[in-house]
Design a protein around this ligand. Structure first.
Ligand code: G16
Ligand code: MG
Length: 216
């Protein structure tokens, strides 16, 4: 059977979460807000605008729309500066192998990301040609845990949501997959992603039999 395999970007295909963190930390520092790695979990899978609001809430800071817009631009410029030298070495372990396997088995492959920078990242890392469909932060109005991004991806692949499998590293993303009636596969730590139907530390421990069981 043909299924839709939908991949999140940040934290699943590439480890850009570390760059988002560095860029947000600069903004937080400038505003005298203590922003920790633990706080950063709240930002994973969440849109840029919502991420800034969460940081401001952490610091109890009120700001004008003008200031917020300025910080959003600063954050993105800083984030993009970390991506300049990005290449295929930044693809996380086991990802190429899994995509290759899915291609050989004629499965639908989609990206479902909250990021507005998804396309250039897929291009720079040489992985874009694997994707039949790309749905990113430019294509949706409702952020994860709303399932819009994944529902759109499945729809574009012409596959029923119940025949879709979502790989996600964020709590919001796992919730989105579950709400959308899809199979949720957490990539990361069990303590954080316990709402997922399946959890793996990364793609190196996902073997062919697991994929075959999902397809049949
Ligand atoms: C990613 C990250 C989030 C980030 C969001 C927006 O989502 O996980 O931390 O805030 O994209 O990114 P940008 O500022 O590049 O538009 P995902 O869904 O790929 O994990
Ligand atoms: Mg993610």
């Amino acid at each position: 059977n043909k299924k839709a395999f939908i991949f999140d970007l940040d934290g699943v295909i590439v480890d850009t979460a570390k760059y988002h963190f560095l860029a947000w930390q600069k903004i937080a520092k400038a505003l005298n807000i203590n922003f920790t790695h633990e706080n950063n979990e709240l930002l994973k899978g969440v849109s840029r605008v919502r991420s800034l609001d969460i940081i401001l809430e952490l610091g109890n800071v009120q700001a004008s729309q003008e200031d917020k817009d300025k910080w959003l631009i600063q954050k993105n410029e800083d984030y993009l500066s970390y991506l300049v030298d990005m290449d295929e070495s930044e693809i996380l372990p086991g990802v190429f192998k899994t995509l290759q396997l899915l291609k050989e088995k004629n499965q639908g492959i989609a990206l479902g990301s909250a990021s507005k920078n998804a396309r250039p990242i897929l291009e720079k890392t040489g992985i874009i040609s694997y994707f039949d469909v790309i749905v990113d932060g430019n294509d949706v109005t409702n952020a994860k845990p709303d399932p819009e991004v994944f529902l759109k991806a499945a729809q574009l692949l012409n596959i029923d949501p119940k025949d879709a499998i979502v790989f996600e590293d964020s709590v919001a993303g796992i919730q989105a997959a579950n709400i959308g009636g899809m199979v949720s596969v957490g990539i990361g730590e069990e303590t954080i992603l316990h709402e997922a139907q399946y959890i793996f530390k990364d793609f190196t421990v996902i073997d062919e039999s697991f994929i075959d069981n999902l397809i049949h």
